[in-house]
Design a protein around this ligand. Structure first.
Ligand SMILES: NC(=O)C1=CN([C@@H]2O[C@H](COP(=O)(O)OP(=O)(O)OC[C@H]3O[C@@H](n4cnc5c(N)ncnc54)[C@H](O)[C@@H]3O)[C@@H](O)[C@H]2O)C=CC1
Ligand SMILES: NCC(=O)COP(=O)(O)O
Length: 357
C-alpha cells in the first residue's frame, strides 16, 4: 500500500479524508468548522452520517454547504471534485439518534466504519491522507469491539506490526517545534515496563528516524530518549530498565547511524537548552510525554501516527463531551488543533509527493 497517490490533477485541490469521530462529542462540529475554514486549499471529505452532519452544519452556520454521496456511489464512480463552495460528505450512517454529550454504544460500530472507509479511500486513491476527529474509546469497547485507539486500529487494519504515536506542537517552551513520540501508547501503567524491549525500542527509533526524514523533510533527525524511572534509574538504584533495555537500544541505534541520545531523566529533559538540540523526544509512556506537550501547546498540537503505510494525523484532545452537550454553534469548541492536523497531513502528503519525484 503506498503512502499517497502520486497523482494530483493540476488545478484540483488535494483530497483528504476526515473521519468525524464520536457523534456525541465535538468531533463533527470541529470537523465541519476546520474543513470549511481550509476549503480553498484542501478538499476535506467528511466521513460520517450525512443527515446528522447537515443538521450540525446548519446549527454552526447556515452558509456552510454540504454535498453528500454514498460510499457505493464513490466506489462506482470515483470521488467527484466539487469546488470549494461546499464540503463533500461520504455518508457512513449512524445506527442511533444522537444526543450531544451523551454516549450511545449503538453508534460505536458506525464510528469504526468511518475509519474503515478512510483506509479504503486511501487504498483506492481517493484521498492522500486521513485526519481523524476524536472518538470515545470506551464506546467502541461498549459496542463489543476491543479497541484501544486509532493508532493501534490503523496499524492492525494496514497489517503494520509497529507504529509510533507522536504529538507535535507549534513553537513551545521557548524553542522550536516540540515533538514527543511515545514508546508505549494505550496500556495500563503497570504493564509499561514489560512492554519495553530492546528490539521494540530499536524499531521505534528506526521509524522515528525514517519518518522524520521522509515525511517531515528533516535531513538528520536528533532524538532525545527519556528514561523510564525517576532520575533515569539513578544508576540502577531506582530501576534497571535504563541499564538493561534503553541504553543498549540507544547504542545499537547510534551504531546504525541514528542520532539518538539518552536516556535522560524525564523530569528535567523538557527545558529549552535540551530541546533546542532535538527534533523529537521519545518518552517511555503516554503520561510521561503528553502532559508536557499539552501544557505547552494544548489546542494547537497534532497527533501523528508514524510508521504507517498511509498518512494519518489527529487532534491533541478528546471528545470534550462537556462542551458538546451545549450543542453545535454554542459549544465554544476550539477547532484549532483540527486545522493544524489538516495542515500537517497536507504537508506530509506534499513531502511524500516530493520524495517520489
Ligand atoms: N484522537 C482521539 O480520538 C482522542 C480521543 N480521546 C478520547 O476522548 C475522551 C475524553 O477524554 P478526556 O480525557 O476527557 O479529554 P478531552 O480532551 O475530551 O477533555 C479534556 C478537557 O479539555 C477540554 N477540551 C478538549 N478539547 C477541546 C477543544 N477543542 N476546545 C476547547 N476545549 C477542549 C474539555 O472541555 C475538557 O475540559 C476519552 O474517551 C479519550 O479516549 C482523547 C484523546 C484523543
Ligand atoms: N492521548 C492521545 C490519544 O489518546 C489518541 O489516541 P489515538 O486514538 O490517536 O490512538
Amino acid at each position: 500500500m503506498s503512502a499517497t497517490s502520486s497523482k494530483r490533477r493540476p488545478g484540483v485541490r488535494p483530497a483528504i479524508a476526515v473521519t468525524v469521530g464520536e457523534p456525541a462529542g465535538i468531533g463533527p462540529e470541529i470537523s465541519i468548522r476546520a474543513a470549511w475554514a481550509r476549503r480553498h486549499e484542501v478538499n476535506c471529505v467528511l466521513l460520517g452520517d450525512a443527515a446528522f452532519l447537515a443538521m450540525t452544519a446548519g446549527d454552526i452556520d447556515p452558509d456552510i454547504k454540504l454535498s453528500a454521496l454514498s460510499l457505493m456511489a464513490v466506489r462506482n464512480g470515483g470521488l467527484p471534485h466539487f469546488g470549494p463552495d461546499r464540503i463533500t460528505v461520504i455518508d457512513v450512517p449512524l445506527d442511533a439518534h444522537v444526543v450531544p454529550g451523551k454516549l450511545d454504544k449503538e453508534n460505536g460500530r458506525a464510528v469504526l466504519a468511518t475509519l474503515d472507509a478512510s483506509i479504503e479511500g486511501i487504498q483506492a486513491g481517493w484521498f492522500e491522507a486521513v485526519v481523524t476527529a476524536p472518538l470515545q474509546k470506551s464506546t467502541i469497547n461498549d459496542a463489543g469491539v476491543k479497541f484501544s485507539g486509532h493508532t493501534e486500529y490503523y496499524a492492525e487494519k494496514t497489517g503494520t506490526p509497529q507504529v509510533v504515536m507522536m504529538l507535535a506542537g507549534p513553537q513551545a517552551l521557548g524553542g522550536e517545534q516540540l515533538r514527543v513520540a511515545l514508546a508505549t501508547t494505550h496500556l495500563p501503567l503497570k504493564d509499561v515496563s514489560a512492554a519495553l524491549t530492546q528490539d521494540g525500542l530499536a524499531q521505534i527509533l528506526d521509524i522515528i528516524d525514517a519518518d522524520l526524514r521522509n515525511k517531515f523533510g528533516i535531513a538528520a533527525p536528533r532524538i532525545l530518549v527519556c528514561g523510564l524511572n525517576p532520575h533515569a534509574g539513578e544508576g540502577g538504584y531506582l530501576g534497571r530498565e535504563e541499564i538493561d533495555i534503553i541504553t543498549p537500544a540507544i547504542q545499537a541505534a547510534q551504531a546504525r547511524g541514528i542520532a539518538a541520545a539518552g536516556p535522560y531523566p524525564a523530569d528535567t529533559l523538557f527545558q529549552p537548552k535540551y530541546l533546542q538540540d532535538a527534533d523529537c523526544v521519545l518518552a517511555m509512556y503516554h503520561d510521561q510525554g503528553l502532559p508536557v506537550l499539552k501544557y505547552a501547546t494544548f489546542g494547537n498540537g497534532v497527533n501523528i501516527t508514524l510508521g504507517l503505510p498511509l498518512i494519518r494525523t489527529s487532534v491533541d484532545h478528546g471528545t470534550a463531551l462537556d462542551l458538546a452537550a451545549r450543542g453545535p454553534g454554542l459549544s465554544k469548541a476550539d477547532s484549532g488543533s483540527m486545522e493544524q492536523a489538516i495542515s500537517a497531513a497536507l504537508a506530509m502528503a506534499n513531502n511524500s509527493l516530493d520524495n517520489k519525484k
